[in-house]
Write a protein that binds this ligand. Structure first.
Ligand code: NAD
Length: 259
């Protein structure tokens, strides 16, 4: 067929930075990218947790390296992003994944501190990492940014306003940067996971998970971290060159379901 253009569906050789990659969805994302031949900068709040993941991947012959990156530290963001780009000789893909959670009432004395922490870790970190990565992304043949928000950005749960507001901010940041950076071919998309089996939801008793998932999701179950990571990977393929500013729920149908 003349005029038919094929595009690569491989991230082989791409350099990927994943934040919060020591656990849950970040760890699954690092694994899936590495297994597809990407070169993965595994970063996390502690060096130990990042190293544990990088070591496991390296033992399978995959190309990874670990860094301590506390995303609440602007200076650490700048230095680590530069180190990663120097180590791998560039940077093509950023996955802003690191996160925390906390449920506190609006009139609780702990609210202000939780608000500050959520905004810093869940929202400000994203723009800081993107700004640090931008000079390298601009040199990439297929530059991609994926921000991990939440279905809490699209609906909300009582006592979760600091988290929900931060995640809604991630949606706004994604759209605005998609528009701002689109002419440069840099795509910026947002994944909104629903209830996923990770460290963040570990404390929820199993029976509560079952009741919640059956009542609220279409698929009737919690998701696995890999089921989110595969969508993140799809958004980062060279072939995914015409999707940007998209807000994609990966939630087992939670946001689709009314009753
Ligand atoms: P998780 O607790 O398993 O992993 C979170 C990771 O973030 C950990 O490795 C932790 O060390 C890291 N982290 C926390 N604070 C950090 C900081 N200041 N600097 C660097 N790293 C830091 O949880 P998860 O569910 O895999 O979370 C990943 C993302 O998914 C988060 O942004 C979270 O808000 C989001 N999310 C999770 C769910 C869910 O149901 N699990 C649902 C929607 C969105």
């Amino acid at each position: 067929m003349s005029g038919f253009k094929t595009k690569s569906r491989s991230v082989k050789g791409s350099v990927v930075l994943v934040t919060g990659a020591g656990s849950g969805m970040g760890r699954a994302t690092a694994r899936i990218f590495a297994a597809e031949g990407a070169r993965v900068a595994v970063t996390d709040y502690t060096l130990e947790s990042a190293e544990a993941v990088a070591r496991a991947l390296a033992s399978q012959g995959l190309d990874t390296h670990a860094w301590k990156l506390d995303v609440s530290s602007p200076s650490e963001i700048t230095s680590v992003v530069n180190e990663i780009a120097a180590h791998f000789g560039g940077l093509d893909i950023v996955v802003n994944n690191a996160g925390i959670s906390g449920f506190v009432a609006i009139d609780d004395e702990r609210y202000e501190a939780l608000w500050e922490r959520c905004v810093t870790v869940l929202l400000s970190a994203h723009q800081r990492i993107i700004r640090a990565a931008l000079p390298y992304l601009r040199k990439s043949a297929a530059p991609r940014i994926v921000n991990i928000a939440s279905t809490e950005a699209l609906g909300a749960t009582a006592l979760d306003s600091a988290y929900a507001a931060s995640k809604a901010g991630v949606v706004g940041l994604t759209r605005a940067l998609a528009v701002e950076l689109g002419r440069e071919g840099i795509t910026v998309n947002c994944v909104c996971p629903g209830p996923i089996l990770t460290g963040m939801t570990e404390a929820v008793p199993d029976e509560h998970k079952v009741i919640f998932a059956k009542r609220r999701t279409a698929l009737g179950r919690y998701g696995e971290p890999e089921e989110v990571a595969h969508i993140t990977l799809s958004l980062c393929l060279p072939a995914a060159s015409y999707i940007t500013g998209a807000i994609i729920p990966v939630d087992g149908g939670l946001t689709a379901r009314n009753a």
